[in-house]
Design a protein around this ligand. Sequence first.
Ligand code: JB2
Length: 210
Amino acid sequence: MSVQSQDIVVLGAGGHAKVVIDLLRETNWRVVALTDADDTARTVMGVPVVGTDEKLEELWRNGIRAAFVALGSNALRERIGDRLLARGFALPAAVSTRAAVSPSAQIGQGVAVMAGAAINAEAVIGDFAIVNTQAGVDHDCVIGRGAHIGPGSALAGCVRIGARSFLGVGCNVIPEKTIGSDVMVGAGSLVIRDLPDGCLAFGAPAVARR
Ligand code: JB2
């Protein structure tokens, strides 16, 4: 098979990878291989799992230059993404054609933006972040590297989310609040106060529990 410039390898063969494969196909990437910690020979969404991440060197030698880290773990996605960037792989963003993204927003490398998401004026989305299905990120928000804004969550203007933080499905954050790094916010929470690094918070209003 001759390698084409739109060929890409996806890391991960689980649920998140399925969604990412759809996003990449929508934007004319050709997903030619998956790597996974479980190297059992199989196909996912019609794409062969070719082995573990050790296969990436062979794919590079064969001319594959683009990769996407489709792992739900925020820390792992950021760490492996950085390793691939250092190796020289291009890590494009995968943005649904059914998302509404302001031309003035900045979208980092390896970011996934799912269908129905809205990213408004001058928002900044850090490398390897996920803006999941129907999430809203309003003007001037700053989303840290590897963070994940869960499905249906809504961030009002000027909200800041730190690196690797996770907002579960259906969270709401009022304007100008700051959520630190490595924070987990439980599904359905309403954030009306800043949250410190490393905490678990949930409820309406959300309270940091540890
Ligand atoms: O280091 C790794 C690695 N570690 C685990 N490299 C590669 N290439 N693959 C790795 N994996 C693989 O990630 C596991 O063997 C497994 O196949 C996959 C994780 O699949 P799972 O379906 O458990 O989760 P996910 O990360 O694809 O999706 C989670 O996060 C999404 C954002 C789920 O919670 C989804 O529901 C969610 N939408």
